[in-house]
Design a protein around this ligand. Structure first.
Ligand SMILES: Cc1cc2nc3c(=O)[nH]c(=O)nc-3n(C[C@H](O)[C@H](O)[C@H](O)COP(=O)(O)OP(=O)(O)OC[C@H]3O[C@@H](n4cnc5c(N)ncnc54)[C@H](O)[C@@H]3O)c2cc1C
Length: 396
């Protein structure tokens, strides 16, 4: 961060800030115990009831301004909601996109688009929880994406394919990143990319096909094929060809929010591991008496506390309207690593029972792992820090 920026007036809350929100989320989560998630995981099913309860309580509209029917809360408050879900043993990944995918519409949509969609997203009448960016052949190299939208009269006609589009089968709308101008006809590779808001209800079977993608976690993720899908030109979000920037400026918020989930995961693993270490007796003593069991849990706790501070700091900078790219990326990296250390310690502490489905450790271990890969992988965060924070040459 630049030394010119005055940080003296930025305050970072310590302790359990937003206690009422935490209490409210914990009460909902108590209705969705481990057995609920275990069953969904076994069936690869979507947590419709949990998402409905979170919607009705208004938690998923927390970032939508009040004028559009949302709660208009801060990013930190929204993060606390996600953290409490994960700390309680729930898995918010099925719901979190409804919270923040709308940010692109909020920041870049026309007044008509905002008035048309945001109140219905806030009420839950419309679900906007699919975000089609990743493609099978280009992966992390987003600007090389090949899905092509060609303007024909008052429509765009879309051909191409997305992969790993999560929640597409449980979403009414999808934000779709497409190329409107071929890469060889633009000066900057980030130009010529546009964002379309696709109405999935109309699109399915009319030029768009969704196929479920079996995955290690119950993330309801899919592959989507476009073969002549017609999208009304009025569904273009922001200016044509400038869509990459529309997406980019929401990334810090997304990283800070999902970092809170990792903090919640780490809390759950450390609590679960500590309880088991105290209660499981082998060789006539609790296994937690062994340094080989106790120290990895203690180390994970230390990593959690460090990551939590950066997550809080990144949210405070974001809310103060200050540059937060460095801290958002650090928060994402450190929280994912802390959650993974805690997950590993918890697995190891449970010995063979860590593998038993009824203990939930192996499921939550699989769930926590995703944050090291998506929505951005650890390497790409390190590349950001190396280049943009430390000033080394771009590594790719
Ligand atoms: C469960 C799940 C849900 C997802 N949900 C969505 C979604 O809803 N919408 C969506 O658009 N995408 C989604 N994704 C996709 C996710 O964002 C990508 O998997 C991720 O961005 C990496 O892309 P890739 O898998 O193609 O990996 P690749 O780009 O093939 O990379 C493979 C590995 O190489 C590394 N690598 C690549 N280039 C470099 C480099 N230059 N320097 C260092 N390392 C490099 C990567 O970090 C990674 O570790 C999801 C993925 C998963 C697993």
């Amino acid at each position: 961060m630049s030394n010119d920026i005055d940080l003296h007036n930025v305050s970072v809350p310590l302790g359990e800030d937003f206690p009422e929100i935490r209490d409210g989320v914990r009460r909902i989560c108590a209705d969705y115990p481990a057995a609920y998630w275990r069953d969904l995981d076994r069936r690869e099913a979507y947590p419709s009831e949990f998402v409905q309860a979170m919607t009705e309580a208004g938690y998923l509209s927390s970032l939508i301004p009040e004028e559009y029917g949302g709660a208009g809360l801060s990013l930190r408050a929204a993060g606390v909601i996600l953290q409490e879900c994960h700390s309680s043993g729930c898995y918010a990944a099925a719901a979190h996109a409804q919270m923040y995918t709308m940010g692109t519409v909020l920041r870049h949509g026309s007044p008509e688009q905002k008035a048309r969609y945001l109140p219905k997203i806030a009420s839950g009448e419309l679900r906007l929880q699919a975000f089609g960016v990743t493609e099978p052949t280009t992966g992390t190299d987003t600007t090389k994406l090949k899905t092509r939208a060609v303007r024909q009269g008052d429509h765009y006609v879309v051909h191409g394919q997305k992969v790993w589009t999560s929640r597409a089968e449980y979403s009414d709308l999808m934000l779709l990143l497409v190329r409107t101008t071929p890469a060889d006809q633009v000066q900057k590779k980030t130009d010529g990319i546009s964002v379309l808001l696709v109405d999935m209800r109309e699109a399915r079977g009319n030029g768009m096909e969704i196929r479920k993608l079996g995955a290690m976690v119950n993330h309801n993720t899919t592959e989507i094929f476009f073969d002549g899908l017609k999208v009304p030109a009025e569904n273009l979000i922001g200016a044509e060809g400038k869509g990459f920037r529309c997406i980019l400026d929401g990334l810090n918020a997304e990283r800070i929010l999902v970092s809170h989930e990792s903090i919640g995961d780490a809390q759950w693993f450390i609590r679960t591991a500590t309880a088991y270490a105290n209660e499981r007796v082998v060789f006539d003593r609790p296994i937690g008496k062994n340094q080989g069991i106790q120290f990895p849990i203690a180390r994970a706790y230390a990593e959690l506390q460090g990551a939590d501070m950066i997550v809080r700091k990144s949210a405070a900078l974001f809310e103060a309207g200050l540059p937060c790219g460095e801290d958002a990326n650090l928060a994402k990296l450190l929280s994912a690593e802390a959650a993974w250390s805690a997950a590993e310690a918890c697995m190891q502490t449970h010995g063979g029972f860590g593998y038993a489905r009824e203990y939930d450790v192996e499921r939550r271990w699989r769930e926590a792992r995703i944050q090291r890969t998506a929505p951005i992988s650890t390497n790409l965060i390190l590349a950001y820090i190396g280049e943009h924070v430390l000033g080394m040459p771009r590594s790719y």
